[in-house]
Design a binder for this molecule. Structure first.
Ligand code: ATP
Ligand code: MG
Length: 313
């Protein structure tokens, strides 16, 4: 049976932590092989917020390294950079000519900015049509997204429908695939692990960094068990494995934290080492190969589209 097509957009979100891993990267790595997967580094989208060339360049490299390090195989997915396939912006323009301003004004990202009193750029306003183009160009069936991104998939469906209505059946309306991770991973203070809360355990951290983070786990002495330590430990080991350990070291926080440090390090070390071994040249080569494969598909689709709208003679 023909695999369904999946497309996901990658954007660097800085130094990753284990919450990002269990909530987003792992569920992706566990499932992407079931599809014909396209991983797109969303560098044009990033331009709606980043105005620093050096930063964008290093973000592009970092996000590819992150995905490779956690186990994405570039032979089993097309990993490419959005800006390497000019058909994305071309198709976005065609969609922009089909949808109305009031329709785009319903966009959450746009409305949020306005509500905060920020004047949004035209790029941010049009963002949903570029995203629609990203998805529809590859006849994508499913797009893995968090709940907050659901609306963007609706926008893509609407762009497909508008085009199909005007020019005949051309685009497949995509479906969102709501990703379910392990739920919310708690940080060193027991609240949601978030880079902005500075309560993280770094995903590619050195043993020292891991140890420092574990030692900073806030003491929680309400029960017999240090709950904040246990909650993180539970991500790595089963209850059956942990119960005797926590029983043996009852009340000895230091010993339990040492055990957690060891287990985290054993878990992180292979990914950390894999990431360190990937060079910038490796990333450039992977993106180059990915661009060739993505362009081939995008070009075929756009040849048909240009014919339909009447810009190719
Ligand atoms: P910020 O503090 O800037 O919001 P963050 O640490 O929450 O950053 P994001 O960049 O917002 O990280 O999220 C990246 C991905 O990781 C998202 O898919 C998000 O749902 C997931 N994620 C982030 N934190 C956690 C967590 N504590 N548990 C599970 N998933 C998480
Ligand atoms: Mg967040």
């Amino acid at each position: 049976m023909q695999k369904k097509r999946l497309l996901t957009g990658l954007q660097s979100s800085g130094t990753l932590h284990i919450g990002n891993y269990f909530g987003a990267l792992k569920p992706f790595v566990d499932t992407y092989r079931e599809y014909e997967s396209h991983l797109m580094v969303a560098d044009l989208h990033a331009l709606t917020t980043i105005r620093d060339g050096a930063l964008l360049r290093s973000n592009i490299i970092d996000v590819v390294k992150d995905y490779l390090a956690v186990g994405v195989d570039p032979h089993e997915a097309i990993i490419f950079k959005q800006s390497d396939v000019p058909e994305h912006t071309e198709l976005a323009w065609l969609f922009e000519c089909l949808v109305t301003v009031p329709f785009l004004m319903q966009g959450h990202a746009y409305k949020d900015k306005v509500a905060k009193g920020i004047e949004p750029s035209a790029g941010l306003f049009n963002y949903p049509m570029l995203m629609a183009a990203d998805i529809l160009l590859y006849d994508t069936d499913v797009v893995p997204v968090g709940e907050d991104q659901r609306q963007h998939i609706e926008y893509a469906r609407e762009a497909a429908n508008k085009f199909n209505l005007a020019y005949g059946e051309t685009f497949t309306p995509p479906q969102e695939l709501i990703v379910t991770g392990v739920g919310t991973v708690p940080g060193t203070d027991g609240a949601k692990m978030s880079k902005s809360y500075k309560n993280t355990i770094p995903l590619f951290g050195t043993r020292d960094e891991i140890q420092k983070a574990v030692m900073s786990i806030v003491t929680d002495s309400t029960g017999e068990r240090p709950e904040h330590v246990y909650a993180i430990h539970r991500l790595l080991k089963s209850e059956t494995e942990l119960t005797p350990l926590y029983e043996e070291h009852k009340g000895k926080y230091k010993a339990l934290k040492d055990a957690l440090t060891d287990d985290l390090d054993a878990f992180i070390a292979p990914m950390r080492e894999r990431r360190a071994a990937i060079t910038n040249d490796d990333v450039a080569q992977i993106l180059k190969d990915g661009a060739t494969r993505a362009r081939e598909r995008a070009a075929a689709k756009m040849t048909a589209v240009r014919q339909l709208v009447g810009i190719s003679l």
